[in-house]
Design a protein around this ligand. Structure first.
Ligand code: RIB
Ligand code: CA
Length: 309
């Protein structure tokens, strides 16, 4: 079992990613760290605890950053996609479980140091927690197994601006700091996540199972699919952004990658937060990550659906 840390801003697709990671026998979830993004960090923590309670999982939830490293440019809200509560307006009760008293960046440092060269960190939110961890403990760069980042759009349009993807846009400086740190990264961007669409018919299968977990996930995912349909008319499903990052950590063969040098645009008026990949035949710099450019969506979806509920 591969030890993983999942860094989330729960969020509907985050909730699906958590359920997938808890149920997949290939990985051992050491902890779920939370960050601002789709919702505030407090709401992300609350939603994460609720999902884990439905999973009957005692995996620790460790709250992290409430704001970006340097500048707050965007409101922590994506209510049009994830609902007022971040989980498709399904929130009726609070989890009885409590979050850890630790701070997410410290948890990341402790786990990586205690299991050198073993831990995969999967970030599916703003990259602030990981940036803070590296700033405080640069040695973890050489001690992680790898980092799988759901973020960016190297070869296609963004989703919050014409060029920027939400997780990178939420804290561009944090993302760029991590990209430049030398930590081994696989970038799972919109390039591939927009190819993994979940249609309503699969959600109906969860609904038919009639468990507390399957009903919760079905209710929030139907909201998410409706939001996608509003945003991208005719798309026929929702993007499985965060679950695909977990899928790539489980089985890198789900995707085809290319080593590229990628940095984040930090001062572009129209392109703030854009992930700029050097796609030239003779790039000026060595690659700093593997960028996913193709995905075997059918194989990934089959695995995801067999584990998520
Ligand atoms: O752009 C998609 C990403 O932004 C996902 O992680 C989603 O949960 C939001 O955080
Ligand atoms: Ca997310």
């Amino acid at each position: 079992m591969k030890p993983i840390i999942l860094d989330v801003d729960t969020g509907i697709d985050d909730a699906l990613a958590i359920s997938y990671a808890v149920n997949a026998p290939e990985v051992e979830l050491l902890g779920v760290t939370t960050c601002f993004g789709n919702v505030t960090v407090q709401e992300a923590t609350r939603n994460t605890l609720l999902v884990l309670e439905h999973l009957d999982s005692s995996v620790p939830v460790i709250p992290g950053a409430a704001k970006p490293l340097f500048v707050s440019r965007v409101k922590a809200s994506a209510t049009h996609i994830h609902g007022e509560d971040g989980i498709g307006n399904t929130l009726t009760n609070m989890s009885t479980r409590e979050a850890s008293k630790q701070y997410a960046p410290q948890f990341i440092i402790d786990q990586v140091r205690s299991k050198p060269h073993q831990v995969t960190i999967i970030t599916v939110a703003a990259m602030t927690n990981l940036a803070l961890a590296i700033m405080q403990a640069p040695d973890i760069v050489g001690l992680v197994d790898k980092v799988v980042v759901m973020g960016g759009a190297v070869t296609r349009a963004g989703n919050v601006t014409p060029h920027a993807e939400a997780n990178i846009y939420a804290d561009p400086e944090a993302a760029d700091y991590v990209f430049a740190s030398g930590i081994p990264i696989t970038l799972v961007g919109l390039d591939v996540t927009m190819e993994t669409l979940l249609p309503k018919k699969d959600v109906q299968v969860w609904r038919d199972k009639q468990t507390a977990l399957s009903t919760l996930l079905a209710d929030m995912t139907d909201f998410y699919i409706d939001a996608y349909e509003d945003f991208y008319p005719g798309i026929g499903g929702c993007g499985l952004h965060d679950p695909l990052a977990v899928g790539v950590a489980i089985n890198p063969d789900f995707v085809t990658t290319k080593p590229l040098h990628v940095r984040v645009d930090l001062d572009g008026f129209h392109s703030l937060g854009r992930t700029v990949g050097d796609l030239r035949s003779k790039p000026a710099n060595e690659p700093n990550m593997d960028v996913c450019l193709e995905v075997d969506a059918e194989r990934f979806l089959e695995h995801f659906l067999s584990k998520v509920v």
